[in-house]
Structure formats: structure tokens, C-alpha cells
Design a protein. Structure first.
Length: 281
């Protein structure tokens, strides 16, 4: 039986004040201090890691393929190189994790190149399937990760080149991955000079290369205050739904939002809806 190595490639900065989630801070157009935003990002990072590890448990409990044994590994990529040991210490100081974590650094002259570099290092280390994402996704569920790897396996089992991807809430992509037999890259995707956003950039690259694309349910990330407001409502829902079979829940993020006074979201009345007076009694 062959072994298939599945890598969850998680891109993450260190949660340092003033260097992460600045759009949530008073440095830009947010309301939080840089210190508070870094704590929030720290909580998101740990919650995402725990969700991914819980997904590995689900995947390993699934019936094995007839000729393939699947193994799963969490790989955190950070930048620059000097931050690798600091990232490792961040997790080790937090205590024992259910599974081992491997750490690498990514580098390049653009985000595209950083992404390509991390993928290349994962392939070189023996990955057969890579599913990648960022750490600022407290709405990520165990099922999202399971679906992602199952889609990669469908492509791999069929010997069909292709990508899997999930959209975020802002015309981007929150999850992207492909298998070793797929010739693909992130070139020209991020910060596209023609103004093309990330999701259609990936789709048009796939179309031009003639490779398949499997669409996963959207997973929102958190960059702006509006993103965070949406995330706060989802985090509350996940916290309750987790008790009914959802899997891991983002309890650290929920606690941070509570302490920041941002756990309950209210909006102003909206008078722009279509009239209903002719419908309602």
C-alpha cells in the first residue's frame, strides 16, 4: 500500500503589535490598539490550528482507499527566516498540542513568490497533496478542511490535474491547493497589476492551463472591521453548534472578542429594503 502525504500548509505571521491586522487598529481605520489586534490574531491562529488537527482525526477515521494510506501533517510557514524559531516557541510555550507541527519560512519579492516558495519547500519535503490557507479564519470548520482534502483525493485518485479552492467574502480565495501531478503556480494572482482579484485570477489560470477546479464552500477571513463584525456573529454560532457535532470551535477567538467588547454585533435599522406594506397586514 502506498503512502500519500497530505500537508496542511498554514501561512502565518507572528502575532506582533503593529505588524498584524493593522486594518483593525487605530493605525488605520479600525478601533483597536495594535496590542489588542495582535492578541486577537494570536487567538485566531491557535483556533485554526486546533480545527485543522481535529479535521485530521476525522480524515484518519474515514475508510482507507484500497491501495493508498493517507497521512496528514501540519506545516506552518512564516517570514522572515528569523521568525521560524520564534513561531515554534510560540506554540511550544502554549503547551502540548495533539499533533506535531513542522515550521518553515517563505521568501520572495512578492506575495506570489512567497506562496510559491512555501509550496516548493513542501513538495521537496515529500508532500503529495497540499491544502493551504491563512490563519485569520476563525470561521474555519473541521468540515471545511475535510472537504478540501477529499476534493484533492478525488482529483489524485482519478489522475486528473486540478486545483481546489474556497472563496472568501471579498472576491478573494481563502483556501487553495493542488496535488503533486498538477503543474500550477501562484504567479500573477495576488495584487494583480490589472486589478483582477484573487478568486477569478486562480480560475482563469486554471482555465488557461486546462486543469480542473473543485469549488469548496466559502470561508471568510478577517482583515477589516466589517470582516470582524461578520466573524463575531459566525464565532458565536460555531460556539453553540459545536456541541451538536460540528467539531472544534474557536473558543479562544470568542473569549478575545468578549474581552474586547466586540462579541455582540448590532446594526442600525436599514430603511433601504423593498416596500412590504402591500404584503403585510
Amino acid at each position: 500500500m502506498d503512502t500519500r502525504t497530505n500537508v496542511l500548509l498554514l501561512f502565518s505571521k507572528l502575532p506582533e503589535p503593529g505588524l498584524v491586522k493593522t486594518r483593525l487598529t487605530t493605525l488605520k481605520d479600525g478601533i483597536f490598539s495594535p496590542e489588542a489586534a495582535s492578541v486577537l490574531y494570536h487567538c485566531m491562529l491557535f483556533d485554526v490550528v486546533e480545527t485543522c488537527m481535529a479535521a485530521f482525526d476525522v480524515l484518519e477515521a474515514m475508510p482507507e482507499h484500497e491501495h493508498v494510506h493517507d497521512e496528514y501533517e501540519l506545516l506552518i510557514s512564516t517570514a522572515p527566516k528569523d521568525n521560524v524559531d520564534r513561531m515554534r516557541a510560540l506554540f511550544e510555550d502554549a503547551g502540548t498540542w495533539p499533533r506535531p507541527i513542522r515550521y518553515i519560512f517563505d521568501e520572495g519579492a512578492s506575495f506570489d513568490e512567497h506562496y510559491n516558495d512555501a509550496f516548493a519547500k513542501a513538495w521537496e519535503a515529500g508532500a503529495d497533496c497540499i491544502l493551504s490557507m491563512g490563519a485569520d479564519m476563525p470561521a474555519l470548520t473541521t468540515d471545511d478542511v475535510v472537504r478540501g482534502f477529499c476534493a484533492l483525493h478525488e482529483l489524485d485518485d482519478a489522475g486528473e490535474p486540478g486545483i481546489v479552492l474556497a472563496s472568501d467574502q471579498e472576491m478573494g480565495a481563502s483556501i487553495i491547493g493542488w496535488n503533486r501531478n498538477t503543474t500550477f503556480s501562484h504567479d500573477g494572482v495576488f495584487y494583480n497589476e490589472d486589478g483582477l482579484t484573487v478568486l477569478p485570477a486562480y480560475i482563469r489560470k486554471a482555465k488557461a492551463a486546462g486543469v480542473a477546479a473543485k469549488y469548496l464552500p466559502p470561508v471568510p477571513d478577517v482583515d477589516t472591521m466589517q470582516d470582524l463584525a461578520h466573524a463575531a456573529t459566525v464565532v458565536e454560532a460555531l460556539g453553540y453548534c459545536a456541541d451538536f457535532g460540528l467539531g472544534a470551535k474557536p473558543y479562544r477567538t470568542a473569549q478575545a472578542l468578549e474581552e474586547l467588547g466586540f462579541a455582540e454585533i448590532r446594526i442600525m435599522p436599514n430603511g433601504l429594503m423593498d416596500p412590504r406594506s402591500h404584503l403585510d397586514a
